[in-house]
Design a binder for this molecule. Structure first.
Ligand code: C2O
Length: 535
């Protein structure tokens, strides 16, 4: 493969949205940031130079990082952050993946504005397993806050309560036309009639799952999280933070302007939601600017049946060329109960603080990186006694248990290299059931089942899809339900697992696996790069 060089200057940039201007953290002054493109097999070198007052680190979300865990990016998990005035070169090779992914800051809430697309083309001469599109477009869905996002989360942490929601959703950084803001229009997608386009849709939002729709057009899903799927048609795409979806769009209407809409999907009752739909315009060539735009009605925020139908339609392509390498025997059977809790807090307004947990553990971030602690055998940083099952079984989706308090710790789960894992992610109604997009670093996994209510270990596995389960890196665990995933621990290192709703990660809905290589030479993690930042 080729070597691709990128330079990311992390700089502040004054940016105007919703009629007001504020300085935001950006890469190279762009919001969203620059696209990283590579072909399968290429090596990517990104030099990140930190010119801002915050510590920074960048994560290449969904890149496997086989043996290169040092380049994964989550601060204090695989590296110490890049301090102001410092730089670090992320160096990784793209192996066995093709499609769309995203990169984003992986520290504080900086990913609100520090994010961009990763486009992985197939190897030269290798076609897509679907008709070659006439053109491609990247659509990054996100959020805009009028206030400074770091202030939003810091205030919430002080009060112990939930943070404010964003002021608008965005498509490629734009909420859509805002009345009375002269310079602001929505993003424009120019198309020619009678062609097929590929849209690379990315959800880079901090805190919301989204519906995505285009008026008058049906979309064909062909890939998610840089893995090919069996093509299927849908009016609405459902996409959680951290997920990516490639769709084909046939411009069969010939003329006109059609609204493109991104709106929230959040089916729990208690939570605040940013209800502002982001809009863009699909604009057929030659259509007069005076032609009215054909509108679309986004699904209501609690349209769970639409989401369920969408998720159940996702299947891996599982062709001869792209087989689903699903583990059929399982070494580690894990059940992670995920949710929110309440811990006592003397300084908080209500005497308690909202926390989040997995198996009743609220994860505590270390002050040195876990990967370094593992690689150099530094004691006292973490323990490897993370519970593989909830310490107390309860009716996860029934009434609240009386004790909502959690334990805390920097506890990891140890997996021998190449072990096979089945992990059931069970949402709980500790405070309220919620959708949780769970992301695993370092691996793709297969989604063998999902359901509502409590996972039933006797009955539910009988219904698992062991034939063509979708392969991905982020799974939207249904509100008040469960998802079952399988993966092979074929990547040595320390790998973060967390809710990709930033508020839940901040509250502690996270843990890490340590995958131990034993001694085998090609199974082992490469040594750390010499410029790896220090804490
Ligand atoms: Cu996209 Cu750990 O995150």
């Amino acid at each position: 493969g080729m070597i691709r060089h990128y330079k990311f200057n992390v700089v502040m940039k004054n940016t105007t949205r919703l009629c007001s201007t504020k300085p935001i953290v950006t890469v190279n002054g762009e919001f969203p940031g620059p696209t990283v493109s590579a072909r399968e097999g290429d090596t990517v070198l990104v030099k990140v130079v930190n010119h801002v007052k915050y510590n920074i680190s960048i994560h290449w979300h969904g890149i496997r990082q086989l043996r290169t865990g040092w380049a994964d990016g989550p601060a204090y998990i695989t590296q110490c952050p890049i301090q102001p005035g410092q730089s670090f070169v992320y160096n990784f090779t793209v192996t066995g993946q093709r499609g769309t992914l995203l990169w984003h800051a992986h520290i504080l809430w900086l990913r609100a504005t520090v994010h961009g697309a990763i486009v992985i083309l197939p190897k030269r001469g290798v076609p897509y397993p679907f008709p070659t599109p006439h053109k491609e477009a990247i659509l990054i869905l996100g959020e805009w806050w009028k206030s400074d996002v770091e202030e939003v989360i810091n205030e919430a942490l002080q009060s112990g309560m939930a943070p404010n929601v964003s002021d608008a959703h965005t498509i490629n950084g734009h909420p859509g036309p805002v009345s009375r803001c002269y310079s602001e229009s929505g993003f424009n997608i120019p198309v020619k009639p009678g062609k097929t386009y590929m849209l690379r849709i990315i959800n880079a939002a901090l805190n919301e799952e989204l519906f995505f729709k285009i008026a008058g057009h049906t979309l064909t899903v062909v890939e998610v999280d840089a893995t090919y799927t069996k093509p299927f048609k849908t009016d609405t795409v459902v996409i959680a933070p951290g997920q990516t979806t490639n769709v084909l769009l046939t411009t069969n209407l010939g003329t006109g302007k059609y609204l493109v809409a991104a709106s929230p999907f959040m089916d729990s009752m208690a939570i605040f939601v940013d209800n502002v739909t982001a809009t863009a315009t699909l604009h057929y060539e030659g259509t007069l600017s005076t032609t009215p735009t054909t509108l679309t009605v986004p699904p209501p925020r609690n349209a769970t049946p639409i989401a369920t139908t969408f998720m159940n339609s996702l299947r891996s392509l599982n062709s001869k060329k792209y087989p689903a390498k699903l583990p059929l025997t399982i070494d580690h059977q894990l059940l992670f109960a995920i949710g929110l809790g309440l811990n006592p807090c003397a300084t908080c307004a209500r005497g308690a603080r909202v926390v989040a947990d997995i198996n009743n553990v609220t994860f505590v971030m270390p002050t040195v990186s876990l990967l370094q602690a593992h690689f150099f055998n530094i004691g006292g940083v973490f323990t490897d006694d993370f519970p593989g099952n909830p310490p107390i079984a309860f009716d996860y989706t029934g009434t609240q248990p009386t004790n909502l308090a959690t334990m805390s710790g920097t506890r990891l789960y140890r997996l021998p290299y190449n072990a096979t894992v089945q992990l059931v992610l069970q949402d709980t109604g500790m405070i309220t059931p919620e959708n949780h997009p769970i992301h695993l670093h370092g691996f793709n996994f297969f989604v063998v089942g999902r359901g509502v209510g409590n996972f039933n270990p006797e009955k539910d596995p009988k219904k698992f899809n062991l034939l063509d389960p979708v392969e991905r890196n982020t799974i939207a665990v249904p509100s008040g339900g469960w998802s079952a995933i399988r993966f092979r621990a074929d990547n040595p290192g320390v790998w973060f697992l967390h809710c990709h709703l930033e508020v839940h990660t901040t509250w502690g809905l996270k843990m890490a696996f340590v995958v131990d290589n034993g001694k085998g030479a090609d199974e082992s993690l490469l040594p750390p790069p010499s410029d790896l930042p220090k804490c």
